[in-house]
Design a protein. Structure first.
Ligand SMILES: [Zn+2]
Length: 345
């Protein structure tokens, strides 16, 4: 465990904020004021709110004004609560913050299983043969025929329902509405995307930043009928090796931009949410199953900070591990906690 790891975990915990950290510790009674919270001391199991957890100079610190009468940083607090070794506190802190430890020396059996799982995952996600692609000219004609999302009442409503600004998304050109052209491949089980109300069209780009695919998103609210996915790939043109990309990310893939930070979101709603946040110098990429490949990874600039915001579940963990694997030797890769994500389904 290197000193770097300690700082990265502390930074990761600090990003959760005092309230987020307290919640993650399982503390129920939280009085928040500004960037600090007052809670019953979790170290001595106090009943009254005598312990302060605060964000100071970019670091979380705590102070118990009662029985313990002492304080320290976030890792000391974690260690005090769990009554464990510093190393165990660091590991738990890393898990809480979604930070991957670089200097960790994991149990060899666990490492062997993790490696085998990753190899299996990679073998399933890297196409062994060239992925099927839609005819480029047909795809371009289709995309050109799609009106701006903000000009479609139904697609605008779908976006607003996810707290995504239709105007902003339209200006970034990261989603459009299905127009008059409905190609033969924009069908599912014999019905057109139009008939099925998959009216939000999201473009997908290859590792050179070229438009090579689309996905149709259902604008229906709530649960879809049996067997209907929320998003559809065209017949004969899946998303393997293709990503969603904001203009900065498209320029980066095309070799025309070197953004300092890259944010990787999972799924269409999260991608649209993050891409429309207006973050400076951030390239936002959206992935679905099979999107991420070594070719895509190779387009990210050396030394970039990569924030992985995949879902905190099994597949999300696997995507994050795989992305980490393809970038860790030349980028700073962080997995961020999900509390700020809005507009999720
Ligand atoms: Zn205390």
């Amino acid at each position: 465990m290197g000193g770097d790891d300690v700082q990265r975990v502390k930074d990761g915990l600090a990003r959760m904020g005092a309230a987020g950290f307290a919640r993650a510790l399982g503390i129920r009674k939280i009085q928040a004021s500004g960037t600090s919270v007052r809670v019953p001391c979790p170290v001595h199991n106090g009943k009254d709110p005598n312990c302060d957890i605060a964000l100071k100079d970019g670091e979380l610190v705590y102070m118990c004004h009662s029985t313990c009468g002492e304080g320290g940083d976030s890792l000391k607090l974690l260690q005090g609560i769990r009554n464990c070794s510093f190393k165990d506190a660091l590991t738990e802190g890393a898990n809480m913050a979604g930070v991957m430890l670089e200097g960790a020396s994991p149990n060899p059996e666990k490492a062997r299983i993790a490696k085998a799982e990753r190899a299996h995952f990679i073998s399933q996600n890297i196409p062994t043969e060239p992925p099927k692609r839609l005819p480029v000219s047909e795809l371009e004609t289709f995309w050109e025929s799609c009106p701006r999302a903000c000009d479609s009442t139904s697609v605008s409503g779908w976006l607003v329902g996810r707290r995504i600004e239709p105007e902003v998304a339209s200006d970034l050109d990261i989603v459009r509405a299905l127009g008059d052209v409905v190609p033969s491949w924009a069908h599912f089980k014999g019905s057109s995307w139009e008939a099925l109300r998959y009216l939000a069209i999201i473009p997908l780009y290859d590792s050179a930043g070229e438009l090579r695919g689309v996905r149709g998103a259902s604008i229906a609210r709530g649960v879809l009928p049996d067997g209907m996915p929320k998003r559809l790939a065209p017949m004969g043109g899946g998303p393997k090796g293709l990503v969603m990309a904001c203009p900065t990310a498209r320029a980066m893939l095309g070799g025309n931009a070197r953004p300092g930070r890259i944010l990787i979101a999972e799924g269409e709603p999260d991608f649209l949410t993050w891409a429309t946040k207006g973050l400076d110098d951030v390239a936002t990429i959206g992935i679905v199953a099979g999107s991420w490949t070594p070719d895509i990874a190779a387009r990210l600039p050396d030394g970039a900070e990569v924030l992985i915001r995949t879902d905190p579940d099994g597949p999300g963990d696997k995507y994050a591990e795989y992305i980490y694997e393809t970038l860790a030797d030349r980028c700073a890769v962080l997995r961020e906690d999900q509390t700020e994500v809005t507009g999720k389904q």
